[in-house]
Design a protein around this ligand. Structure first.
Ligand SMILES: [Zn+2]
Length: 446
């Protein structure tokens, strides 16, 4: 018998975790953090504990597995990609499952190692790197072939995870977009998804964050165009140039670096999380711009390089943290005049990002902008394309994989219900083969 347990990420955007129970074995998909609960904690230098993180509401409630008598049956934790809402909680909870191996692509494993090293966490669970488009046999009472299928998203080496069971494949598709012109890495592996569809997909668990948006999410090549437009058609010859984006978005950082060099500027990455993700990409050989950047992560490095850049702004492009207005980030500290780089009139500040629509992000971001605007810079917002598919991508995913059961995920009902409705439009029936779940609910797949 196969059961799906919704543990986290079904009542909120974040702390993703889904348990797949097959007879006497349990495989977990993802163990993420709820980021709004920890805004500010990341860049500060204090180390939160498991108990602290649970108290903040930042962790998926995996104590659920104890209540269900499933904790000792967990054989593997399968991590889809390196975003904190998917991998961030592993370091806090994997010790509860000593028999479980942790499987992910090399970049994700490297990010996990960095997170653990930063917080002084150690795990005895084996960490197993699986290359995109490769598989591994997880052994429990039975054996399961687990595949990491290459998919495009807003960080590198993202995967759709396929678990082969006697009743068919369980396909976990959090998070994805269908980018047919990626600027780094390969296109989605449509061929393999088609093959799996032919062999029979028992259930698809899919990212419905933007299932209510009538669109196909634009490719990263469109983000390239947007950035190019802002950087090469505005008068910035004498201006300071400050760009902020998601630290894990290696493809975007590649574009930014390329354009910085084309503007004949030195490209400086400033901030701890930029250092974390870029270093992880370098370690797994997936940072083609490694020799084109200088990274400043720690206080004296940061102060020194920003002082230099401030004295000669037109020679530098500053790539920094703080696009969500995170307290303690570089842009936050610049806006408070706490760093030697002084924003002034006619400097260009580019947000190659979108504000994550949660009250805390929106508030921090608005306050950041108000502080920045006192210095009268030019601000270019939303120079960005999302990493999450829209409604038409979801339609393509369902069509392509043709699953027996469909389970929308990655958000509360305001996100998942539009996904469910789309599946109904495509012939699925609610509570029969299309299922809306909340955290703490289980579903038996018939
Ligand atoms: Zn993601």
């Amino acid at each position: 018998m196969i059961k799906i347990h919704a543990i986290g990420g079904y009542d909120e955007v974040g702390k993703n975790m889904t348990a797949l129970e097959i007879d006497n074995d349990v495989l977990l998909f993802d163990a993420g953090l709820h980021l709004p609960a920890i805004v500010g904690v990341q860049e500060r230098e204090k180390i939160p504990t498991e108990k602290g993180m649970r108290a903040l509401g930042a962790m998926p409630d995996d104590l659920y597995l104890d209540k269900k008598g499933l904790r000792d049956k967990v054989r593997a934790i399968l991590i889809s990609h390196a975003h904190l809402d998917h991998v961030g909680a592993v370091q806090y909870l994997a010790h509860r499952y000593p028999k479980a191996k942790i499987l992910a692509t090399p970049f994700t494993i490297e990010v996990l190692k960095t997170l653990m090293a930063d917080n002084g966490h150690k795990l005895s669970n084996p960490l197993i790197s699986i290359n995109p488009n490769s598989s591994y046999i997880v052994k429990g009472n039975n054996s399961y072939k687990v595949e990491f299928i290459n998919i495009t998203h807003s960080t590198i080496q993202s995967a759709m995870v396929a678990v082969h069971t006697k009743e068919g494949v369980i396909l976990y598709a959090n998070d994805y977009k269908f980018d047919n012109s990626p600027v780094l890495g390969d296109k989605p592996n449509y061929k393999r998804l088609k093959e799996l569809s032919k062999s029979g997909i028992k259930a698809l668990i899919a990212d419905c964050l933007y299932a209510s948006d009538d669109r196909k999410t634009p490719s990263e090549k469109i983000a390239r165009g947007l950035l190019e437009d802002v950087l090469f058609t505005t008068d910035n010859y004498k201006s300071g140039l400050v760009i902020t984006t998601f630290s894990s978005h290696i493809a975007r950082l590649k574009l930014i670096t390329e354009f910085g060099l084309r503007l004949r500027r030195k490209v400086i990455f400033v901030g701890r999380s930029l250092n974390k993700y870029t270093t992880a990409a370098i370690k797994v050989g997936k940072c083609p711009f490694r020799n084109d950047i200088y990274i400043a992560a720690y206080r004296n490095q940061v102060e020194k390089i920003l002082k230099k850049a401030n004295a000669n702004k037109k020679e530098y492009m500053i790539v920094c943290t703080g696009h969500q207005g995170e307290p303690g980030s570089i842009l936050d500290r610049m806006s408070r005049h706490q760093l030697p780089y002084k924003i002034s009139e006619n400097d260009h500040i580019i947000f190659s990002s979108k504000t994550i629509p949660t009250p805390i992000n929106e508030k921090s971001r608005l306050e950041l902008e108000q502080r920045l605007k006192k210095f009268k810079p030019r601000i270019f917002d939303n120079v960005h394309c999302s990493g999450h598919g829209g409604r038409e991508d979801l339609r393509d995913l369902i069509k392509l994989t043709n699953p027996q059961h469909f389970i929308p995920s990655h958000g509360d009902f305001s996100k998942t219900e539009p996904g469910l409705n789309l599946s109904i439009e495509m012939g699925y029936k609610k509570n029969y083969n299309a299922h809306l779940l909340s955290n703490g609910q289980e579903l038996i797949l018939k």
